[in-house]
Design a protein around this ligand. Structure first.
Ligand SMILES: [Zn+2]
Ligand SMILES: [Zn+2]
Length: 290
């Protein structure tokens, strides 16, 4: 090996080690090592708005929050959300390559309030994502509060950035990435409706390294292969890989025929979680009026 080849190899190894540190060891609430591949920071992620007017208000506020980092030293954030016209439909919320599509609809009394899915290629690169809010529940008096809606949409969209929860026990860390419930006696509370400083620290860690390729859409993005999508049938989510002790948060994974993986975060209703905390809620009967 000549001298320059050796140096090149060493530099490659160093970059690999740094990216591993950024992706694994330092991260405390990254969603695995999942991140959008991109060649420069900051970068713009297109978030397609397929939501109705009321939800659009909550989505717009959450996008503003994610674009305005807070906390000590947080003067910038690597991920800039670019809210664009939706390219999917509320009902199917099909994935569009290189983008996140956000939708709301009456998806039925199936036990979930919110669902976030990301498609992964090469083990860690997010290629497309969707976030869905279930109006079957959000139209009910108990969940139909601006704060609860803001909390859930803020969280589901951010799962497609590669963020996981900071807490799932129901307490508030004053981040939308927790499971505080802005319902009942807390319906008027604005706690946990926005990101906190730690979320921005985490994003900075996830996106410290640069990639040699990009998974972001160059233009408007193109419809992805149909078999990547998560359908109405919850069996299409794949296998349950983890669930919180209180039963409110689950992660499912599915291997796709093209070698990619689809990972889905499920935000269960309080009622679905309480009925049987350790059950796979997909296979339970959910009441129309919890
Ligand atoms: Zn990368
Ligand atoms: Zn979640």
């Amino acid at each position: 090996m000549n001298h320059s080849g050796n140096r090149h190899w060493r530099r490659g190894l160093l970059a690999l080690l740094l990216s591993m540190l950024a992706g694994h060891s330092w991260a405390s609430h990254a969603w695995g090592t999942y991140h959008w591949a991109r060649t420069a920071n900051p970068f713009a992620l297109q978030v397609g708005n397929n939501m109705t007017a009321d939800w659009t208000t909550h989505l717009q506020l959450s996008v503003q929050d994610w674009n305005n980092p807070i906390g000590f030293g947080a003067s910038s954030t690597p991920l800039k959300v670019m809210l664009v016209a939706g390219r999917s439909s509320k009902r199917t919320c099909s994935m569009v390559a290189g983008t996140t599509q956000v939708c709301n609809g009456k998806y039925g009394f199936n036990g979930w309030l919110g669902l976030a899915s990301i498609n992964i290629s090469g083990g860690s690169h997010i290629t497309q994502g969707t976030a869905k809010m279930n109006d079957s529940y959000f139209n009910l008096q108990s969940y139909n509060t601006p704060n609860e809606k803001r909390h859930v949409v803020c969280q589901e969209v951010a799962h497609t950035f590669g963020l996981d929860h900071q807490s799932v026990d129901g307490g508030s860390l004053n981040t939308c990435m927790d499971y505080f419930s802005n319902t009942g006696a807390n319906a008027g509370s604005t706690l946990s409706t926005t990101p906190n400083a730690h979320d921005f620290e985490q994003l900075t860690l996830i996106y410290t390294h640069l990639d040699t390729v990009t998974t972001l859409a160059a233009g408007a993005g193109s419809a992805s292969a149909a078999d990547i999508d998560i359908g109405d049938d919850p069996r299409s989510w794949g296998v349950l890989v983890r669930q919180s002790a209180n039963g409110r948060s689950s992660v499912y994974e599915r291997e796709n025929r093209n070698g990619s993986k689809t990972v889905t975060h499920v935000y269960w209703t309080q009622e679905a979680a309480q009925r049987c905390r350790s059950c796979d809620h997909r296979f339970e009967t959910h009441d129309a009026q919890p």
